[in-house]
Design a protein around this ligand. Structure first.
Ligand code: TUI
Length: 307
């Protein structure tokens, strides 16, 4: 399938893998790129030198294009932005903020810039700033989210900008892919289904929790702090939501979540850790290789779009 996004990124399938903190390291990114999509290393809150290492390891594992996601709240974001430019990374996606101050650096280094946005205003601003495409991410997504659903956000962003739009949030199969195309998207970004990929190095407990999750099993914490995060409901979300309702202060809530994603992904503590996943987790039923996942989505979507 050819779209402006496959042309821009020189990939076979218009599928980008979400830049998930701790989850999207080089094994997963390389596997997605090898399967014809765009694998993405998630910088998350990691130190800059760790990101450089991940870039080099991905390059050893695949000759195909891959990207890096810069989470803009990372304290070493400036340094990581320079590493992305210096290491010759082809594509950067950004999350949780405005990447405007890095645009010049990246464009001059020939990096394709694809900010993740959660509103029409942000999409417009990014286009004006020179973005090559945008990911319009709905609040069905896992992790840090905006407040609009994918169904409402994608067509409004597609009408507002000329650059290609990539849909994200609540997409995990060929039906979601085809629907995104109908809304005006030219590619999709998928996170949750890749968490359960064979090549995903998350702890088995995390993978099992995603596979077992039903439609209504996620919760959003941090609505009141301005940092809403979607994860699978557990002891941590229950405690967090209870304290949030009581109006305890920001710092106490932060204490509860500090390092909690790592706790779940690396240590497998899915009771006290944050098990970030999207609302579509209920559709993810088994572990599959990235190759199988991408082939299945593209085959199902092609059939539907032909009809
Ligand atoms: O960034 C994401 N998803 C993420 S980042 C992340 S790491 C984290 N861990 C714990 C707490 C908080 C974060 C986990 N998941 N998605 C892309 C995204 N970006 N969603 C929403 C936004 C966004 C929000 C506000 C983009 C721009 C924005 O603009 C604000 C501004 O600066 O004007």
């Amino acid at each position: 399938m050819k779209t402006r996004v496959t042309e821009l990124l020189e990939i076979e399938a218009p599928i980008l893998q979400g830049g998930m903190a701790w989850v999207a390291e080089y094994h997963l990114a390389a596997a997605v790129s090898e399967a014809g999509g765009l694998g993405i290393i998630g910088a998350g809150g990691a130190p800059a030198e760790f990101v450089r290492e991940q870039i080099r390891k991905t390059r050893e594992a695949t000759d195909r294009p891959f990207g890096v996601n810069l989470m803009l709240m990372n304290p070493e974001a400036d340094e990581i932005a320079r590493i992305i430019a210096g290491e010759g990374v082809k594509v950067v996606t950004t999350g949780a903020g405005n990447p405007g101050k890095y645009m010049k650096l990246w464009k001059e280094a020939g990096v394709k810039v694809i900010p993740v946005v959660a509103s029409v205003a942000m999409a417009r601003m990014m286009e004006r700033g020179g973005a090559d495409a945008v990911v319009a991410e709905g609040m069905e997504s896992g992790g840090h989210i905006g407040s609009i659903t994918t169904m409402a956000l994608v067509p409004q962003v597609a009408d507002a900008v000329e650059i290609p739009v990539i849909a994200a949030g609540g997409i995990a199969d060929g039906r979601g892919f085809a629907a995104a195309c109908m809304l005006g998207a030219e590619a999709v970004q998928i996170g949750t289904r890749f968490v359960a990929a064979a090549e995903s190095v998350v702890h088995k407990n995390y993978k099992d929790m995603v596979i077992k999750a039903k439609d209504i099993d996620s919760a959003v914490t941090g609505m009141s702090t301005g940092h809403p995060v979607r994860s699978i409901r557990n002891q941590m979300t229950r405690e967090y939501l209870r304290l949030e309702k009581e109006g305890v202060d920001f710092m106490e809530l932060e204490q509860l979540t500090l390092g909690s994603l790592r706790k779940a992904v690396v240590d497998g503590d899915v009771k006290n850790g944050t098990v970030m996943a999207g609302q579509i987790a209920g559709l993810v039923r088994k572990e599959q290789s990235c190759r199988e996942i991408i082939a299945e989505i593209m085959e199902q979507a092609a059939g539907l779009l032909q009809q």
